[in-house]
Design a protein around this ligand. Structure first.
Ligand SMILES: *Cc1c(COP(=O)(O)O)cnc(C)c1O
Length: 223
């Protein structure tokens, strides 16, 4: 029952087919749990709060790739840009511009994913597919923020057909961008979709990056 994060990583790595990147979502879990997953070879971790990321990253091995996956306020961009390999949760043009400007100012490049909102839940975070198409030319021209793909979530429901339709909509959005504004951008290649409860559906519907927390680390400890 109580498998360690290392055992969970080994099991997931066997189940995930080639070409699908596993982001181990370690938010609200201590450094020790991350080190357990690291000992099983996991190098890509996801965090959702700037302060938590800034506290953990220096205490952990430097070859970890940190993915920021939570809502990012523009006043925390300076904290996250120097640490993150990828910011997956670009949910507004204002945030995208702030990340691009901060990366350029510090002579860095940070990978970003554009967050698309297709799920049933009301949220103010994320672009609709139409909004994404509209901002894509500006996003594709950026050099500080390097747009490597899109991220999305399915509706929080037991209705498998709805979940499948949401993942198909995210995938369609990716396809439209990659044959449109990002057609000459080979780095635009990531479709980040799928979490603990629905990653197998996401992979069947074209995901090549899954973000899994509770299936690896158990219940989050809200400290
Ligand atoms: C927390 C979180 C996850 C992981 O969720 P689990 O259900 O624990 O696997 C994935 N993606 C995002 C954006 C999250 O905030």
């Amino acid at each position: 029952m109580n498998a360690s994060p290392a055992q969970r990583i080994e099991e997931l790595s066997r189940r995930l087919t080639g070409g699908v990147t596993l982001v181990a979502v370690s938010k609200f879990h201590p450094v020790e749990a991350i080190l357990s997953a690291y000992s099983a070879g996991q190098r890509v971790f996801g965090e959702s709060r700037a302060q938590e990321l800034a506290a953990k990253a220096p205490a952990l091995p430097p070859d970890i790739q940190w993915h920021f996956i939570g809502h990012l306020q523009t006043n925390k961009v300076k904290t996250v840009v120097p640490i993150a390999h990828t910011i997956q949760s670009i949910d507004s043009l204002r945030l995208l511009r702030a990340v691009d400007a901060e990366a350029a100012r510090t002579a860095r490049t940070v990978n970003v994913l554009l967050q698309v909102h297709v799920a049933a839940e009301e949220t103010k975070f994320g672009f609709t597919p139409d909004e994404l198409l509209a901002i894509a030319p500006e996003a594709a021209a950026m050099t500080g923020a390097r747009v490597t793909g899109i991220m999305g979530m399915a509706s929080n429901t037991d209705n498998t057909a709805r979940i499948e339709a949401d993942f198909d909509a995210i995938r369609a959005c990716f396809d439209a961008l990659s044959s449109g504004a990002f057609a000459s951008r080979p780095e635009f290649s990531v479709i980040s979709m799928g979490m603990s409860g629905d990653w197998h559906i996401a992979v069947a519907h074209g995901s090549n990056m899954v973000r899994i927390g509770s299936d690896i680390f158990g219940e989050r400890q809200y400290f």
